[in-house]
Ligand binder design. Structure first.
Ligand code: C2O
Length: 540
């Protein structure tokens, strides 16, 4: 592969959205940030320089970072943050992955404005495994916008113990679209030609909302999720959780006209969300005019309703790995480590909070505490007292996870890691709990793709549910939605040594403690240990 260089200058920029202007943290003054383009096998050198008052780190979401965990990015997990005035060059190779991924800040809530797409193309002259070849590719990054300063929103919530204020808009490529009537044009437009096929690369970069996405009067064909090819299928809408990416083919089969492209939340738990619709416009142009003819009365898609669990479940159940000769699904058929993680919300006492309580979240009754130096530093340089490698394999006491929770559930705090031998195969049951309330949790694992072998509602039953597992062509992803009041089972091979964060990709739940990390040991073979960290690796 080639080596590609990027420069990311983290700087403030005044941006106007929904009729207001505010300074936001950006990469190079762009919002959304620049798209990283590479081919499979290329090496990326991304030089990040911090010119803002906040500490910063950038995560390359979904990039496996084989043996290069020091380039993964989550602050205090794999690196100390890049401080004001400092520079760090992220140096990694994209191995065995093609499709759409994305990058985002991985500290505080800075990812609200610091994000962009990563497009990984096949090696030169290698075609896509799906037909037809798209005429053009269009990246659509879905996001959330607050009128207020986003750091202030979460800090205030932590002080009062309440849930943070919901966002003011959803966005498509940073623009909320037509529902806000502002003098500044706030709508992203996709010009298309009749008869051509387009590849839409869709990223959900929202902080706290799973989204439905639909194009009026057009079906789309899903061909890839999280940079893994899928068996193609047609659908009217897609559902996409924060952290996930989906590539779809769209055939521009109308003669003319304008059609809204829309995104709006999916939420089937009793939680308040921003239910505003973001819109872009798909606009037919004639072959000889590249001009952006103003769109007249575009058609609006219906979109599934906010709580349409049936649609979301049916969409999710259609996802299958391509599992072809060229792209086999290497699902672990035997398991070395069998883990059961109860994930959910809780409350904890808080002296400054209204009512003396604040929301918290945990895995196996442990609410994760961020260390003050990075876990990977502690691991590589043998610094003791930063973490313990004793994360429990199951909850302290089993209970009826989706029923009425017992009164005596104690949540403790800790920086505890789960240790995995190199190359061990792991099965992990993720069970939602109803402590506080049931809710969907898009769980993201750094450093790996995993296979989603099973999924269901209610309590997972180890005696009967494995009978329904798909061990042949299950979808392979880096982020999976644990359904509201239900469970999901994933399998992966621990073939990437390092420290790997796993957390709910709803930013509010991560803040509350719904996170942990795996420590994967080095193997004995020549290529089975972490490479040494670069000389400019940030210090705390
Ligand atoms: Cu996309 Cu740990 O994050």
């Amino acid at each position: 592969g080639e080596t590609r260089h990027y420069k990311f200058n983290i700087q403030l920029k005044n941006v106007t959205r929904i009729c207001r202007t505010k300074p936001i943290v950006t990469v190079n003054g762009e919002f959304p940030g620049p798209t990283i383009e590479a081919r499979e096998g290329d090496t990326l050198l991304i030089k990040v320089t911090n010119h803002v008052k906040y500490n910063v780190s950038i995560h390359w979401h979904g990039v496996r970072q084989l043996r290069t965990g020091w380039a993964d990015g989550p602050a205090y997990i794999t690196q100390c943050p890049i401080q004001t005035g400092q520079t760090y060059v992220y140096n990694f190779t994209v191995t065995g992955q093609r499709g759409t991924l994305w990058w985002h800040a991985h500290i505080l809530w800075l990812r609200a404005t610091l994000y962009g797409a990563i497009v990984i193309l096949p090696p030169p002259n290698v075609p896509y495994p799906f037909e037809p070849k798209p005429h053009k590719e269009i990246t659509l990054v879905l996001g959330e916008w607050w009128n207020a300063d986003v750091e202030a929103v979460i800090n205030e919530a932590l002080q009062t113990g309440a849930a943070p204020n919901i966002s003011d808009a959803h966005t498509i490529n940073g623009k909320p679209g037509e529902i806000f009537k502002c003098p500044v044009k706030d709508t992203f437009t996709l010009p298309v030609e009749h008869g051509k096929v387009y590849l839409l690369r869709i990223v959900n970069a929202a902080l706290n909302d799973e989204l439905f996405f639909e194009v009026a009067n057009h079906l789309v064909k899903v061909v890839e999720v999280d940079a893994v090819y899928t068996k193609p299928f047609d659908t009217k809408a897609i559902v996409i959780a924060p952290g996930q990416t989906t590539n779809v083919l769209l055939e521009a089969n109308k003669r003319s006209g304008s059609y809204f492209v829309a995104a709006r939340p999916f939420m089937d738990a009793p939680v308040t969300v921003n239910n505003k619709t973001a819109t872009a416009i798909l606009h037919y142009i004639s072959r000889n005019s590249e001009s952006d003819i103003p769109a007249v009365n575009p058609l609006m898609p219906r979109l599934p309703l906010l709580n349409d669990t049936a649609f979301a479940t049916s969409f999710t159940s259609k996802l299958r790995s391509l599992n072809s000769v060229q792209f086999p699904a290497k699902v672990p058929q035997t398991i070395d480590r069998n883990l059961f993680f109860a994930v959910g919300l809780a409350t904890e006492s808080c002296q400054t909070c209204n009512g003396g309580l604040r929301a918290s979240a945990s895995i196996n009754n442990i609410s994760f505490v961020m260390p003050s130096i990075s876990l990977l530093d502690a691991h590589i340089f043998n610094i003791s007292g930063v973490f313990t490698a004793d994360f429990p394999d199951k909850p302290p006491t089993p209970f009826n996870y989706t029923g009425t929770p017992p009164k005596n559930l104690i949540t403790s705090k800790g920086t505890r890691l789960s240790r995995l031998p190199f190359n061990s195969t792991v099965q992990l049951v993720l069970q939602d709990t109803s402590v506080l309330t049931v809710e969907n949790h898009p769980i993201h694992l750094h450093g790996f793709n995993f296979f989603i072998v099973g999924r269901g509602f209610g309590n997972y039953d180890p005696n009967t549910d494995p009978a329904s597992f798909n061990l042949v062509d299950p979808p392979e992803r880096n982020t999976v939605g644990v359904p509201t009041g239900g469970w999901t089972v994933i399998r992966f091979r621990a073939d990437n040594p390092g420290v790997w964060f796993m957390h709910c990709h709803l930013e509010v739940h991560t803040t509350w403690g719904l996170k942990m990390a795996f420590l994967v040991e080095n193997g004995d073979g020549p290529d089975q240990s972490m490479l040494p960290p670069p000389s400019d690796f940030p210090k705390c």
